[in-house]
Design a protein around this ligand. Structure first.
Ligand code: AMP
Length: 205
């Protein structure tokens, strides 16, 4: 049994989910650099998957170059494949992907999603699900670079339109064109009431 601490309103660290590949649009890489630098300049700790590849590596490198604190969380077998970033403030080695996702969620006060693939979607959807269940009260946001998240947004809206989800849980997601706007929205974020009415103080799952 593991425990996840609920968000407590202050923003000290941000978990970034993004592609382990750079993607085809140079704007993706450019925004990853902006995000990393911005997080560092705002005095926030960057939490991420610990990789040195793709947009993940770009975010971490930019945050480090701007003097920021960067915590990577990675399972031992991925580190052994030498995918791990060697220059981080801290690289936490964990035993499994599930432990890794939990540790990242616990360390962060908000979840910022840049463009990415299935790993990125899985991570942010997990945190969105936990947020609407009241397991935590931390914001989830998408930096919609070049409209990358427009199709996903349509699918998410359909969940409410077809009565699988209350509209307030669609509206709790932050979308903006820039990382700066997403972080600004995080600072003003008010979590919705949890789906089953459970107080989101501390949950076991
Ligand atoms: P993807 O979007 O499928 O490229 O997966 C990237 C996301 O999944 C990142 O946010 C990471 O947290 C995680 N991830 C995928 N591959 C790796 C890797 N090689 N090292 C660390 N994390 C990874």
């Amino acid at each position: 049994m593991i425990t996840l601490t609920a968000g407590r309103g202050s923003l000290n660290s941000i978990c970034v989910y993004c592609g382990s590949a750079p993607g085809s649009d140079p704007a993706f890489h450019a925004e990853a650099i902006v995000a990393g630098a911005l997080i560092a300049r705002q005095g926030l700790t960057l939490v991420y998957g610990g990789g040195k590849v793709g947009l993940m590596g770009a975010v971490a490198d930019a945050a480090l170059a701007a003097g920021g604190k960067v915590i990577g969380v990675m399972p031992a077998d991925l580190v052994n494949q030498e995918i791990g970033h060697k220059g981080l403030t801290e690289l936490r080695i964990v035993n499994s992907m599930h432990e890794r996702k939990w540790a990242m969620a616990e360390l962060a006060d908000g979840f910022l999603c840049l463009p990415g693939g299935p790993g990125t979607f899985e991570e942010i959807f997990e945190q969105w699900t936990w947020a609407l269940l009241g397991f935590h009260a931390k914001p989830c946001g998408f930096v919609n670079v070049s409209g990358y998240y427009d199709p996903m947004r349509v699918v998410v809206q359909q969940m409410a339109d077809k009565a699988f989800l209350d509209q307030k849980y669609v509206d709790m997601l932050v979308y903006a064109d820039t990382s700066a706007e997403v972080i600004e929205a995080f600072r003003a974020y008010v979590p919705p009431p949890p789906k089953w009415g459970v107080a989101p103080v501390e949950q076991r799952y």
